[in-house]
Design a protein around this ligand. Structure first.
Ligand SMILES: C[S@@+](CC[C@H](N)C(=O)[O-])C[C@H]1O[C@@H](n2cnc3c(N)ncnc32)[C@H](O)[C@@H]1O
Length: 248
């Protein structure tokens, strides 16, 4: 959900008209965050494999699959469609024989076969601009299970979001949505803690700009000061959960 600060039009500086916010992340950014700086996918895979396999009923649709590592490590032998708006390249992570990668926008995605489970792991912020449309897409696909991986934002990540809202005209962090998913019951929630560790504060600032979808160049010094004031080292832990919803 894009968070927009209300600004009186006459006060909008001209730089806000161009590239006000990032609305996308590229493959390299996803790769570096997931593989170099944050351990979340390791834990997500561990939890799915240990406790949640029964909720991943194939065919599975992995929405915004990113690297594709979660599907590769958790859905072996299960028919899975990995979709992402980013292009497919020959350098991509390997794909299991029963898996297929497609370049597609979830909101335009159609399937002739019934999808039984949809996974939305850290992709909600990119598809929640119009909640009615998003609920409509879920209603159209009618999966039996919808599994979401989301930050709780009740910790330093929440403070970062608050700071970002105060300092940036537009940002787009991952936030939970009250009326999504409609027509589903939360049947299980597995909490976990992830950690971001960077070699220096500049790198951490880059990762924050990736998470908040803000343009680092706009206020790099301010972000650095905020991080250095609040953290002793360029690292922090943050709460997340894997939430399993069942169709009513
Ligand atoms: C933060 S990454 C999460 C990757 C992966 N799900 C994970 O947890 O490791 C979000 C991914 O969603 C993709 N994405 C953004 N908008 C999308 C859309 N409308 N439809 C499908 N994928 C989208 C991005 O390209 C990016 O790869």
């Amino acid at each position: 959900m894009k968070i927009t600060m209300i600004i009186i039009p006459t006060l909008i500086p001209s730089r806000f008209h161009s590239s006000m916010s990032k609305s996308r992340v590229n493959k390299k950014e996803v790769y570096y965050f997931k593989e170099e700086y944050c351990n979340e996918n390791e834990t997500i895979v561990e939890i799915i494999n240990k406790d949640l396999q029964q909720y991943f009923k194939p065919p599975i649709l992995d929405v915004g699959s990113g690297i594709g590592d979660i599907a590769f490590k958790s859905f072996k032998g299960k028919k899975t469609i990995l979709i992402d708006v980013n292009p497919i390249t020959k350098h991509d992570y390997p794909c299991r024989p029963k898996h297929v990668r497609k370049q597609a926008d979830f909101l335009e995605f159609k399937s002739k076969e019934q999808i039984n489970t949809i996974l939305i792991s850290h992709t909600l912020q990119f598809i929640d601009e119009d909640i009615e449309e998003l609920n409509g897409k879920i209603e159209e696909l009618k999966p039996e299970y919808l599994v979401m991986v989301l930050n709780k934002n009740n910790d330093f990540m929440g403070e970062v979001i608050e700071w970002t809202n105060e300092h940036f005209a537009i940002s787009n962090p991952e936030v939970r949505i009250d009326n999504f998913p409609l027509g589903y019951n939360l049947i299980k929630s597995v909490p976990f803690v992830a950690e971001i560790i960077c070699e220096d504060f500049e790198t951490l600032a880059q990762q924050i700009s990736y998470l908040m979808l803000i343009d680092l160049k706009e206020k790099k010094q301010e972000i650095l000061t905020f991080l250095k004031t609040n953290l002793q080292t360029p690292s922090f832990t943050f709460n997340q959960s894997i939430d399993v919803y069942h169709r009513l």
